[in-house]
Design a protein around this ligand. Structure first.
Ligand code: EPU
Length: 294
């Protein structure tokens, strides 16, 4: 494995990405690495940079579509315990980028820390949620982020404070290679009240979205200044149930595409294009993709 000589224990070639994504679609990653600690991660990234390899960090694959051809370069997966720690100090919660967002949310609620309980049913990692400023109609995670530790493509660890970070709708200025960890500043509240709110949001999400299916959450961003969300627009355009191969616009929530048997990434891509074109024609709105295509 020439370029990753010395990293044989943590890097493997041709890793099938379908098993790492919610869509369960797509080809292999040329190289796939699970570093065991921060030093290994830094050394790995430096090697990747020296070799001029494209590099990406995989969260839990809940907001990406991997093309059938696969991903060239290196995909890094923060599965080691050191990247998944969650700790609390007063009303500050710190977590590793690889921690599951759901675990971060329930840890906060059990500790009586309010702010992120509405994010309960959002899949993915904490790092992915901060990177993409995950949120609901009740608010986004970015408003609670006090600081973050990131790793650049050059392999430098940088600390970002609140004033250095900008969070917008489903985006943040944290576009370095890796969000190693971040700290949230939350508000103290009665854990029983919080648990009730968490449960309520869980029920609403389950009722409104096809959570048990192969999908990647919302495909498009909600357009600004239109007065209707992407789901409503796709629904009003009459596109629920539209199919390309094994990819279908969900009947449950029109901004979700569900992958059925024998679906390929190409089916999903073609359906995304079809939905975009039809919404532009019928509703006169240009939809912008929310999921990342790898
Ligand atoms: N609606 C329809 N038809 C549909 C879907 C929705 O008419 O097929 C209507 C609903 O009836 C409601 C409105 O559209 O009046 C809004 O729907 P919903 O409450 O489901 O919220 P959304 O704007 O579609 C956003 C986020 C979701 C997040 C929910 C819950 C985006 C693109 N989507 O959806 O995030 O879970 O709010 O707060 O911002 C994601 O980012 O992957 C995602 C799923």
């Amino acid at each position: 494995m020439g370029i990753f000589t010395g990293f044989e224990k943590i890097v493997r070639p041709d890793e099938p990405m379908a098993m790492h994504t919610w869509f369960q679609l797509g080809g292999p990653a040329e190289y796939f690495a699970e570093p065991g600690d921060l030093d290994e991660l830094v050394a790995l990234v430096r090697r990747g940079t020296e070799e001029g390899l494209p590099m990406r960090v995989l969260g839990r694959g809940s907001n990406i579509l991997v093309r059938d051809e696969g991903v060239s370069g290196l995909v890094i997966f923060l599965s080691a315990p050191v990247f998944r720690n969650i700790s609390i100090d007063g009303h500050m919660l710190s977590a590793g980028g690889g921690a599951r967002l759901g675990r971060v949310v329930t840890t906060a609620v059990h500790a009586g820390l309010a702010g992120i309980e509405e994010l309960v049913a959002i899949p993915g990692t904490f790092g992915g949620a901060v990177h993409g400023n995950a949120g609901t109609h009740g608010g986004d995670i970015g408003q609670w982020v006090a600081s973050a530790t990131v790793l650049t493509h050059a392999g430098e660890i940088v600390q970002r404070e609140r004033e250095d970070m900008v969070f917008g709708y489903r985006k943040s200025s944290l576009d370095e290679l890796v969000i190693v960890s971040a700290t949230l500043e939350l508000e103290e509240e009665d854990p029983r009240e919080l648990a009730k709110r968490l449960q309520k949001h869980w029920i609403i999400r389950k009722a409104n979205q096809p959570l048990g299916h192969q999908s990647a959450g919302c495909i498009f961003k909600n357009p600004v200044g239109v007065g209707a969300g992407a789901g409503e627009l796709i629904d009003d355009a009459g596109l629920k149930g539209t199919r390309v191969g094994g990819a279908v616009v969900s009947d449950h929530h029109a901004n979700f595409i569900v992958a059925e048997q024998n679906c390929t990434s190409q089916d999903v891509l073609a359906l995304i294009e079809q939905v975009r074109t039809q919404v532009a024609e019928r509703m006169e709105v240009e939809l912008e993709q929310e999921i990342e295509i790898w």
